[in-house]
Ligand binder design. Sequence first.
Ligand SMILES: Nc1ncnc2c1ncn2[C@@H]1O[C@H](COP(=O)(O)OP(=O)(O)OP(=O)(O)O)[C@@H](O)[C@H]1O
Length: 305
Amino acid sequence: MNAVDVRAVTRQFPGVRALDAVDLSVEEGEIFGLLGPNGSGKTTLFNCLQGLDRPTSGTVSVLGLDPQSDLEALTLRMGVQLQSASAIPRLTVREVLRLFASFYPDSLDIDDLLRELGLESKAGSRLERLSGGQRQRVYIALAMVNDPELLFFDELTSAVDPQARLAIWDILRGLRAKGHTIMLTSHSMEEAQALCDRIAIIDAGRIIALGTPVELIARQGGERLLSLAADPSPDPGLLEGIDGVSSVRLAEGHVQIAGSGNFAPAVLSRLANLGTSVTEMTLHEPDLEDVFVALTGREMRDGEQ
Ligand SMILES: Nc1ncnc2c1ncn2[C@@H]1O[C@H](COP(=O)(O)OP(=O)(O)OP(=O)(O)O)[C@@H](O)[C@H]1O
């Protein structure tokens, strides 16, 4: 059984179709990323999955349950990340965990949870005193307190520094290793690539791509791009026949060589044979951002509304 099944889900608000015939499934035990620019429908879909909103048409099944009619049973089995703890800033980490644990008939041991999330030394600190990364770890702990099968995280790492981000990714990987299913939203293609088993890219309420990051990049025909400055600048025609190279062009004083496979060493050796010295070189691997640009004609961040 899939953890989540969404079939032909449309959510129409006055003047805005936030979700438009969305189909997707999340398998048990995977980290599934829902990626899209601001206003693309991520929160609306999460709301429908968590029983906070109802699709205008289509069906949603979460852990085999209907989030509208079976919400009570579902609440015991899912964990939802708190958006902001503004209502409880004066409680300590331990107090807020105890409070949340009291909402459920069964909960994890608070000390184990604190240890697992590296929060033991912060147990007595008020939420308002924590750093952004520490607070996000508390939100993860709160979502975990009922030991849920399925966890939802919304923009978990958007406001934390790179080091805290890596620590949070490790926590999520640890949850996956223990069999939990995770569904997360993100604006970050980098995060999706590093963390998610599969992703759906959503744009204007429609799923425009669905698969593993590697599949999506391959499907888009993503190529490596070797960009170099060389002196003297070589005739592009002399690099065109190299194995794996699909195109060579001169742009802004750089030679840009696109292709697949490991063509860079052959290019460099051809340039050396031509007596050309390379003064600068970068290699861009195809990534999910390229997939988004190829599908929509714009950058993920440009799409913000
Ligand atoms: N209650 C509502 N009433 C009217 N329009 C809404 C409502 N909720 C969301 N929308 C609209 O639906 C669209 C999708 O919004 P949603 O919040 O799902 O996007 P999102 O992808 O989560 O964005 P963000 O990344 O900014 O959180 C937007 O155009 C939004 O303005």
